[in-house]
Design a protein around this ligand. Structure first.
Ligand code: AMP
Length: 505
């Protein structure tokens, strides 16, 4: 293998996959088993420091749910006290806790493991498989993240890969990677929308594809909507049905709930192929000294009714993105469906008003993203990028006194350099300008990214309005500088930008 080979890794909420171009320039998917190219993003801890990853770990969700971590990506790079973690942490049988740095960790056999470390275990496993497939170790990678990943989440995935010994050449949005893959399938100019509904997130991204180069026009979606929400709807219905039939509320028992989630997901997936499926979970509760098994026949029609509103949420997010670009669905050449959840027939039906929907045979729903990452890796090795991405969420600054100003609006093409001008108070000592990223469209939920310190010296030497310049690079890394009214430019470090730090046990 030439030293230039860069591994494309799609670290997903549910599954992880990887691809690369071999010496002969042939695209290779990394085999995980004889039959599959996807590694379940599941880690089973059989001791505090001993774990296994993948299919064997996934089987432990039923047998040893307290020590089996799945869906970790949903919590990675999120503060433990955030609304999202608070709302979802009790749905899992494994224990989520607050790490010393304020982010989320798991406790296994009394030892704390950060979610970055959990992500690292999964990335390390896919890397081992990739090294084996290539016959030589990879040193560099391209990582993918949901388009709506915050800067913290991007950094957490980067750290996990670095811990595995990989240098991260680029972090690319999953739908953009899918579009790169698509651009390599079709030559002519196209305007496409990538509809990416995976296990944990939903992204809708509008892109212009031209001569194998991809330009993001607009992006939207819902960072809190994914296949797992479909499973939840099924579980809610099952729990109510069980309570009606047996007078027992299963909600309090995390282990039982996890078994039901697992059963619901399997039923949901099988309903993509057939009209009805039988769900059977043995010994789910006890009554009058006897075990009760859980039996239920779920139909596709029932499932579709239960998740109707979730599908409508994806449709209205798509409408928003189209509206922002002032385009109509019939002006889009193709809706490219990626993410495992798009295998559900009701989703294809709901979007049949688009001119054309990608076929599963041509654009693989689960593997398209890692292939796109491998294509970007090949492009980078050749010194070209072949894509233009956009800022997913607005960046704003708060000045002493609490006034807030948006510096970089969402959907600005990266690299982006934007400035705002402000009067800085002449109070003694240094002052701090706080940089925030808005985590949702309403900007209620914000994440502090770091602070920029402006010394009194600067403010007394350069009188008049100061300009703060904030730049987001191609790799979504932020930097800042001050520009005086006289035009003096002074680059400033942003403190804490590389957090979250690793949790200590
Ligand atoms: P991904 O993140 O792309 O691996 O997608 C994972 C999500 O897709 C999970 O919520 C799965 O339950 C869901 N999924 C996978 N296969 C199917 C299928 N055949 N039908 C419906 N949903 C599926």
């Amino acid at each position: 293998m030439s030293t230039a080979s860069i591994l494309g890794i799609d670290f997903g909420t549910t599954n992880t996959s990887a691809a690369f171009f071999d010496k002969a320039g042939k695209l290779r998917l990394v085999p995980v088993t004889d039959k599959s190219f996807t590694l379940p993003s599941v880690v089973w801890f059989h001791a505090a420091d001993k774990s296994i990853v993948g299919h064997a770990a996934r089987r432990q969700i039923i047998d040893d749910p307290r020590h089996t971590v799945f869906g970790a990506k949903r919590f990675l790079g999120r503060r433990f006290q955030s609304e999202y973690v608070t709302q979802h942490k009790d749905k899992y049988a494994f224990e989520l806790v607050e790490a010393p740095d304020g982010y989320t960790a798991v406790t296994m056999y009394g030892k704390q493991t950060s979610l970055t470390d959990v992500a690292h275990l999964i990335i390390k496993q896919i890397l081992t498989l990739a090294n084996h497939a290539a016959g030589e170790p990879f040193r560099e990678c391209v990582l993918t993240v949901p388009a709506h990943a915050s800067i913290r989440q991007r950094e957490a995935v980067r750290q996990a890969a670095e811990q595995a010994g990989l240098q991260v050449r680029a972090i690319v949005n999953e739908p953009t990677a899918a579009a790169l893959y698509y651009a390599n399938l079709r030559n002519p100019e196209q305007t496409v929308m990538v509809f990416d509904l995976g296990g944990g997130t939903f992204d809708a991204t509008l892109l212009a594809v031209q001569n194998r180069v991809v330009k993001v026009l607009a992006t939207g979606g819902d960072a809190f909507l994914g296949g797992a929400n479909f499973d939840e709807r099924v579980v809610e219905m099952l729990v109510e049905d069980f309570q009606r039939k047996h007078g027992i509320d299963l909600r309090g028992n995390k282990v039982v709930m996890q078994r039901l989630v697992f059963a619901a997901e399997s039923a949901k997936m099988s309903l993509s192929q057939r009209d009805a499926t039988v769900m059977r979970v043995p010994c789910i509760a006890q009554k009058d000294g006897a075990f009760i098994d859980f039996d239920y026949t779920l139909t596709r029609k029932q499932l579709e009714e239960m998740v109707f509103q979730l599908i409508e949420r994806t449709a209205s997010a798509c409408d928003d993105v189209l509206e922002r670009a002032k385009l109509k669905a019939d002006q889009i050449d193709e809706l490219v469906l990626v993410g495992g959840q798009t295998r559900m027939p009701a989703i294809r039906e709901r979007f049949s008003h688009f001119k054309r929907l990608s076929s599963e045979k041509e654009v693989h729903p689960e593997l398209g993203v890692c292939v796109g990452a491998a294509i970007l890796g090949r492009n980078l090795a050749r010194g070209i990028a072949g894509l233009a991405d956009v800022v997913p969420m607005p960046i704003s600054v708060m000045v002493p006194g609490g006034a807030q100003h948006e510096v970089i609006p969402a959907n600005t093409p990266v690299p982006a350099t934007k400035s705002i001008s402000m009067e800085l108070p002449l109070i003694p000592g240094p002052i701090s300008l706080a940089l925030f990223e808005s985590l949702d469209a309403t900007t209620v939920d914000r994440e502090l990214l770091g602070t920029v310190r402006v010394d009194l010296d600067w403010r007394t030497t350069h009188k008049g309005p100061t300009t703060l310049e904030v730049r987001m690079g191609q790799d979504f890394v932020l930097s800042a500088a001050l520009v005086s009214p006289q035009g003096h430019r002074h680059a400033l470090p942003i403190t804490d930008l590389r957090a979250p730090k690793r949790a200590v046990s």
